[in-house]
Design a protein around this ligand. Sequence first.
Ligand SMILES: Cc1cc2nc3c(=O)[nH]c(=O)nc-3n(C[C@H](O)[C@H](O)[C@H](O)COP(=O)(O)OP(=O)(O)OC[C@H]3O[C@@H](n4cnc5c(N)ncnc54)[C@H](O)[C@@H]3O)c2cc1C
Ligand code: FES
Length: 268
Amino acid sequence: MNIDKAAILWNQPLSSSCYRIGITTSAQYAYSTPGQFVMLRLPNQTDPLLRRPFSIHRLIESENGVFQGIEILVKVVGRITYSLSLRQPGDTVDILGPLGHGFSVPPDCTRIFMAAGGIGVAPMLFLATSLFKKQIDLSSSIIFIGGRSRSDILCEADFTALNLPVTITTDDGSLGDQCLITHPMELCARERLPDIILACGPSGMLACVAGIAESLNIPCQISMETVMACGMGACLGCAVKSKRPDARRLHACLDGPVMDSRQFDFLH
Ligand SMILES: Cc1cc2nc3c(=O)[nH]c(=O)nc-3n(C[C@H](O)[C@H](O)[C@H](O)COP(=O)(O)OP(=O)(O)OC[C@H]3O[C@@H](n4cnc5c(N)ncnc54)[C@H](O)[C@@H]3O)c2cc1C
Ligand code: FES
């Protein structure tokens, strides 16, 4: 783990509130796993003082495969994300990472279901790209992307380019079927069981995905997007209740953010 001052390479709007930001990083980030995250703040930032967590969205490589940095996908919801949306190439950010545990897909999985709610799509593109690079045929797998409205549905073309089928739903029916993303996911899972389900999104969606996986006895990993203050196990602000026999609280930043869904107690 490093704290770096890193330069912004590009800042590309994807929708009215979402931005893809390329950042130069140390070569250590080349070994990041999908689901890992970084803690970012702006140089000399004192208000708010704390860094904010962002998933690694993509690794950036030059045309001849030399690692250059990472890309993050930022949705503007408050002060830091708004400030990030205004950054220009050449501006700098303070970056701490790579942090946490990512997704771990056993090599024998051929039918992989991924579920992304809203900005939860950010780590899923890194995940799908890394499976594609391992020459895993994704044509029997599916990514389910859900959002409130069509502007929340991001990266569809990127997944299609990896030969990964995409199913979309929106709450208002402006793109895809008008229902929750867990609805088509459950139908497809019952039609032909996936080997594993991997999900990132709001906690209600994750609870539903975990319930479907449990009822079908399918392994499931979820990425918890809890509020984090330090990202390193120091503040205990990201504690979540677990179903472990010792009832130990899990810390999303250290034990996660990606966890086996059966470890996590959604009811508390
Ligand atoms: C492991 C992890 C990975 C994340 N990855 C991404 C990512 O790739 N892209 C991205 O845009 N965001 C991601 N987030 C959420 C992101 O960290 C928050 O949106 C960000 O901290 C908001 O900072 P702010 O200063 O702009 O807003 P603030 O002023 O801090 O908050 C504005 C509003 O957003 C809410 N909020 C803050 N943090 C979260 C959160 N974690 N989940 C839901 N609501 C929150 C606050 O309650 C408040 O209502 C991730 C969070 C975690 C824990
Ligand atoms: S964010 Fe501080 S302990 Fe997890």
